[in-house]
Design a protein around this ligand. Structure first.
Ligand SMILES: NC(=O)c1ccc[n+]([C@@H]2O[C@H](COP(=O)([O-])OP(=O)(O)OC[C@H]3O[C@@H](n4cnc5c(N)ncnc54)[C@H](O)[C@@H]3O)[C@@H](O)[C@H]2O)c1
Length: 253
């Protein structure tokens, strides 16, 4: 296999659909072997077939990233199959839109558990496998999916925004603690056309607000994957601890 990432290995959490699927396929097209995890998503089989057509070593794992035992088992499987791990993408995430006064403690905890605790657990276990790298090898990468809502106040999104603000903070700590062997960066997308932004998940008001941005459209998942590909590649060897907005102008910090 040729490509900018030929011979490298990657794990993409929540890789069965949406942004995670686009990132997994982008990495595989550049030659990486890619493991995806998902949480009971029937679309994982189709994504896995597409990945295996690009790299026969690719595989899928069912795991809840908020569960420490699931994450430890997943990274053990990745280590057993790939031997090394070069790229980990913390993409798994959930959104539960609700006004603050109607947000239960359980719902708040669940959003934070998947989005923030999951990013911590997968990042920690990935780092165990990434720290020992032979001299001269490109640094390993951890790429965390934050959100423009990490920086914006938004009705109905308190739990989600708080979890994503935590992801940005976690990114900086990981980048500091694991330099120079592991480069750790975050991507903060604005609205992207996925299940998360479907009418089943978000209110009409929230969807209308998402479109009220300078570029007045949703991104395609592939546009987010292009940035992930840059951060995973050799062109980004001097980039760590950063959070990149890709948001159609929704946030201009
Ligand atoms: N869609 C957007 O507008 C948008 C904007 C900014 C940030 N993001 C972030 O990008 C990431 C991907 O979002 P998406 O829109 O593709 O979402 P999606 O709902 O289409 O896909 C979510 C993926 O995460 C997996 N997942 C959910 N809970 C999980 C769990 N507990 N353990 C393991 N996997 C789990 C699902 O199986 C699925 O593969 C998320 O972190 C999201 O917060 C999305």
């Amino acid at each position: 296999m040729t490509g900018a990432l030929a011979g490298r290995t990657a794990l993409v959490t929540g890789g069965s659909r949406g942004i995670g699927r686009a990132i997994a396929l982008a990495l595989a097209r550049e030659g990486a072997s890619v493991a995806i995890c998902h949480h009971g998503d029937e679309r994982a089989a189709e994504t896995l077939a597409d990945l295996q057509a690009l790299s026969s070593k690719s595989f899928a794992f069912e795991a809840d990233v908020s569960r420490e035992d699931d994450v430890v088992a997943m990274l053990a499987e990745v280590a057993a199959r790939f031997r090394t791990l070069d790229i980990a993408v913390n993409n798994a995430g959930i959104l539960r839109e609700a006004p603050i006064l109607e947000t239960s403690a359980a719902d708040f905890d669940r959003v934070v558990a998947v989005n923030l605790r999951g990013t911590f657990l997968v990042g920690r276990e990935a780092a165990r496998h990434m720290r020992e790298r032979p001299a001269g090898v490109s640094p390993a990468r951890i790429i965390n999916l934050a959100s423009d809502l990490a920086f914006l106040g938004r009705e109905g999104m308190a739990a989600y925004s708080a979890s994503k603000g935590g992801v940005v903070a976690l990114t900086r700590s990981f980048a500091t603690e694991f330099a120079p062997q592991i480069l750790v960066n975050a991507i903060a997308p604005g609205p992207v056309d996925t299940d998360m932004t479907s009418p089943a998940t978000m209110s009409p008001e929230a969807l209308a607000r998402d479109l009220d941005i300078p570029l007045a459209r949703f991104a395609a998942p592939e546009e987010i994957a292009a940035l992930a590909l840059y951060l995973a590649g050799d062109g980004a060897r001097f980039v760590t601890g950063q959070c990149y907005g890709i948001n159609g102008g929704s946030a201009m910090p």
